[in-house]
Design a binder for this molecule. Structure first.
Ligand code: ADP
Ligand code: MG
Ligand code: MG
Length: 896
């Protein structure tokens, strides 16, 4: 039994682990009876054995000999035979397609003797020398690591010397000369003559493919794509067929449908009298398949039949690589083809219509990520007037055009006047929130994909580009420079959150039809699409797949929304409730002074006065929200952040007070404020006085909020509404904390019910965002009517990572060295944090059967995390309004 080698005729498409993608599909095509040149695959197992010892296993040499002899017998020629040589290609092919690895060496087996045999047997001397020069060129480049430009330069020089515009214009004699020059290059560059022995050529190429698995480029790619390092690659040895045998030969690539639009009908490029990568290298103009039909109707019709066969067999879009040798078609590769997001949706639905797949399968063929790509408005790539300033990290997609502004206040000021602004900061912090909300886009010079700016922007669905290091932001002159260009406040810039590009001036924006569909329905989207068939097909496909996902998903999808406007948007995008309303936003802006008065109150009366002033404001916020969400659960979280976030920055205030003192000014209020800021300063505010702790320590604060919720509910009930508020307590670590808040809530509820003559039964629950809460969930469930997992804080506290600090500090290194495959703030760490979630679900439901449980926070909109939440048995996920459609789709996929 062979261990390391398998003939094409023996394998099938399900053996990708062993044969790599290319090998498995070559085997499958062979099995289907399609015309594949015979050959064999050296398995990934052989590569792993080689990597383990650094030596080619002796068994492999033997097995290659056996397989080669079988092949030679089958085709009745011998490798490198001087009279009638068998030539082969050596082709890498891992389980996952991997740019960065060695590609292919064609024409192995040619040498100074067999090139003459090939010339004689083919009757085409030019062809033989062309094949030989290609071998030396490819072998030199990929096996011997010689700079490919050296060969390319020699080829160009030869073309120029002969006045040839294309390589096909070179004669046999020219090519013969070129072979000699190439051999000289090999000797000069590698120190050894080009190997003449066919088997030596073959063995060297095989080892080169093995080695290419571990090049820096390949490793980097695997890290990025999360492909394990120990898989190894297979090597395919395939009998050569020749597309460079004159005008009745050629080579091409094709797709069974258009991979860009998804349009049905075959699509591809063909190049006459060419070999291998010529067709994609763009050295000559290619023909379309329609042209190929004119040139060679027989081969075209064979190709079309083969493609139809493949699509029926794989039940999906396939791409193929093929060669025609003197009018005979050969299939050299196929795989299920990559496609754009619009094509994915359209193809999935059309395969259903063709009865090739079911609706469930169709849903597995598209992803939430693809849907989100469809939703972003984008810049018109055809706008030729655009001026690129720099390209940085794409942090939150979209296309934003606006006036550059350099701080939050200016952003808010201009936005209030109806101007679109892009907030440009070195980096953002929580103080910039107002400005970020007011802006259409955010650009920072520092920070990565998980920086404050990036996370907040994604949460809000704001376009954001971060880490634009070429940009020098100067607050003093209110401008930034990029190279020699200076952009002043008010100048228009445009940022593309999908590509990370930053442009000077406006760029045309194209609205997305998928967004129109999601927000305003199918008819509106079809109207927008007009006569454009591709777009019409696309919106119909999105509609069908999302409708199907909604029908089969078990998870409800809610949204994180703080204002009535957010809630309205969320609802229009299909949110079935609000899973998280952050009330602290209601203390920002004008109301900041009111909360400041609460904090600075000298006695209970002063504090109560300040709280009383806030009550009607909060109540009307909640009224609006509950009106917008009529009939749907609306989970309102009591105030969470540490109070100092509502006070001025310690350093700024100290400077202000010191300057005033120097000028001899009397600023008692600032001095008092400074004392308070100092008093409240915490070394570790994220682990400090916040959440329920705040509620229990600052008298009246939670009571105010609870009363506002109760009164707003009463108002809505009186107006004939159907409000469903829920009161959520943050950062609970002990059931005792929750008892205290719950009892207070019950009292207030009863008071308001009496005062307003309504019956109020508002559920009180809590967030599970501390490990202790998760571990004691059974006890907490006694006081909580529902749980909502705050997986951001739970991740932070479980790992002991400070979310605001680690991302820039060492996450990049942690992903590079493989400690983290992905940031645990992006995708839930199922083993650790997820374990706590699982414990809390089990304990909680044991204590309170049927208890409602959900998740709010970034993970609620992350596809992989959604799968986890489905599996662990949550009732809903809550995410930012813009992620709602994505979550609906992914929750559907999770249910299959
Ligand atoms: P890649 O993984 O880069 O696509 P391939 O192994 O598919 O590399 O080889 C690239 C191209 O080389 C093929 O598309 C085909 O045109 C040509 N090729 C490979 N093997 C053969 C062969 N046995 N006969 C003729 N052409 C071949
Ligand atoms: Mg390639
Ligand atoms: Mg290929």
């Amino acid at each position: 039994m062979a261990m390391y080698v398998q003939d094409f005729a023996e394998g099938d498409k399900d053996q990708k682990d062993l044969l790599g993608g290319k090998g498995a599909n070559l085997a499958e095509m062979t099995r289907l009876g399609l015309p594949v040149p015979p050959g064999f695959t050296i398995t990934t197992k052989a590569c792993r054995a080689y990597m383990a010892t650094g030596e080619v296993p002796p068994e492999l040499r033997v097995e290659v000999t056996m397989a080669l002899r079988r092949l030679e017998d089958e085709v009745e020629r011998q490798l490198g035979d001087p009279y009638d040589p068998l030539l082969v290609s050596v082709r890498s092919g891992a389980k996952f397609s991997m740019p960065g690895m060695m590609e292919t060496v064609l024409n192995i087996g040619l040498n100074d003797a067999s090139v003459k045999g090939l010339a004689a047997i083919s009757g085409d001397e030019r062809f033989a020398w062309d094949s030989y020069r290609r071998l030396i060129q490819m072998f030199g480049k990929t096996v011997l690591d010689i700079d490919g430009d050296v060969f390319a330069a020699a080829l160009d020089a030869k073309k120029e010397a002969r006045g040839a515009s294309s390589d096909t214009d070179l004669t046999a004699a020219d090519l013969h000369e070129l072979v000699d020059e190439f051999k000289a290059i090999v000797l000069a560059e590698s120190g050894y003559p080009f190997p003449q022995h066919p088997r030596e050529q073959l063995d060297m190429a095989i080892v080169a493919v093995f080695d290419s698995w571990n090049t820096d480029r390949a490793r980097l790619y695997r890290r990025k794509e999360r492909i394990p390092n120990d898989l190894g690659t297979a090597v395919n040895i395939c009998t050569m067929v020749f597309g460079n045998l004159g005008e009745t030969s050629g080579t091409g690539v094709a797709f069974t449908r258009d991979p860009a639009s998804g349009q049905p009908g075959q699509y591809g490029d063909y190049l006459v009298n060419a070999q291998g990568e010529d067709v994609v290298a763009g050295i000559r103009n290619t023909l379309s398949l329609a042209d190929m039909e004119q040139v060679d109707p027989q081969s075209f019709s064979d190709l079309r039949a083969a493609m139809r066969r493949l699509e029926t067999h794989y039940r999906d879009l396939c791409d193929v690589e093929f060669t025609v040798e003197r009018g005979k078609l050969w299939m050299l590769q196929t795989r299920v083809g990559k496609r754009t997001a619009p094509a994915a949706f359209r193809i999935a639905c059309e395969l259903v219509d063709e009865h090739l797949i079911t609706m469930d399968e169709a849903l597995t063929r598209v992803t939430g990520e693809q849907l989100s790509q469809l939703m972003f408005p984008r810049f018109d790539a055809n706008d030729s007037s655009r001026v690129l300033l720099t390209k940085a990290m794409a942090a939150s997609p979209g296309a934003a055009v606006g006036a550059a502004v350099f701080d939050s206040e200016e952003a808010v000021r201009r936005a209030a006047l109806g101007e679109d602004v892009v907030l440009v900061r070195r980096e953002t912090n929580p103080d910039d929130l107002g400005g970020m909300i007011a802006s259409v886009g955010i650009l920072t010079a520092r920070g990565g994909k998980t920086s404050h700016a990036a996370v907040v922007a994604r949460g809000m669905g704001r376009t954001c580009v971060v880490g634009a290091e070429k940009i020098d932001v100067d607050l003093a002159t209110r401008s930034f420079t990029v190279g020699k260009r200076t952009v002043k406040e008010g100048d228009t810039i445009a940022i593309d959150g999908s590509t990370g590009e930053v442009f000077l001036g406006a760029v045309e924006v194209v609205p997305s039809p998928a967004t129109t569909y999601l927000e305003r329905g199918l008819d509106a989207a079809l109207e927008q699409a007009g006569e454009d068939e591709d777009t019409r097909a696309l919106v119909r496909a999105v509609d069908r797949l999302l409708t199907h996902a909604d029908a089969i998903r078990r998870l409800r999808v809610e949204a994180n929304a703080d204002t009535a406007a957010d809630a309205a948007r969320a609802r229009s995008l299909g949110a079935q409730g609000i899973g998280l309303c952050r009330t602290e936003h209601m203390f920002l802006g004008d109301r900041r002074v009111l909360i400041e008065r609460v904090i600075l109150a000298k006695d209970d009366t002063q504090r109560q006065d300040a709280l009383d002033a806030l009550l009607p404001l909060q109540r009307s916020d909640f009224e609006e929200l509950l009106a917008e969400m009529d009939g749907l659960p609306t989970t309102i979280r009591l105030i969470d952040p540490p109070l100092h976030e509502f006070l001025p920055d310690l350093t700024e205030l100290s400077v202000r007070v010191a300057l005033a003192a120097e000028r001899g000014e009397d600023t008692p209020e600032d001095i008092e404020l400074l004392a308070a800021v100092r008093r409240m300063h915490e070394a570790n505010p994220m682990l400090g006085l916040r959440g329920v702790r705040l509620g229990l320590v600052v008298p009246g604060l939670f009571a105010l909020q609870i009363r506002a919720i109760c009164e707003a509910t009463a108002v809505r009930l009186a107006a004939g509404g159907n409000p469903h508020p829920e009161i959520m307590v943050p950062l609970v670590g002990s059931v005792q904390e929750l008892y205290l808040v719950r009892d207070e809530a019950r009292e207030i509820m009863a008071d308001v019910a009496r005062e307003r003559d309504v019956s109020l039964d508002i559920p009180v629950g809590c967030m599970i965002e501390l490990p202790r809460a998760a571990l004691t969930a059974g006890r907490i469930a006694d006081a909580a009517q529902f749980f909502s997992f705050g997986t951001n804080d739970l991740t932070q506290t479980t790992w002991g990572f400070s979310r605001d600090d680690v991302e820039g500090a060492f996450f990049a290194e942690y992903t590079d060295n493989g400690v983290l495959a992905v940031s645990p703030f992006e995708t839930i760490d199922a083993r650790g944090v997820g374990k706590l979630v699982q414990i809390a679900v089990e304990e909680g439901r044991k204590a309170r059967p049927g208890m409602t449980m959900g998740v709010c926070g970034e993970h609620g909109g992350d596809p992989e995390s959604i799968r986890f939440f489905h599996a662990v048995g949550l009732d809903y996920v809550s995410c930012s309004p813009f992620r709602v459609p994505v979550a609906r789709l992914e929750a559907g996929r999770a249910a299959i």
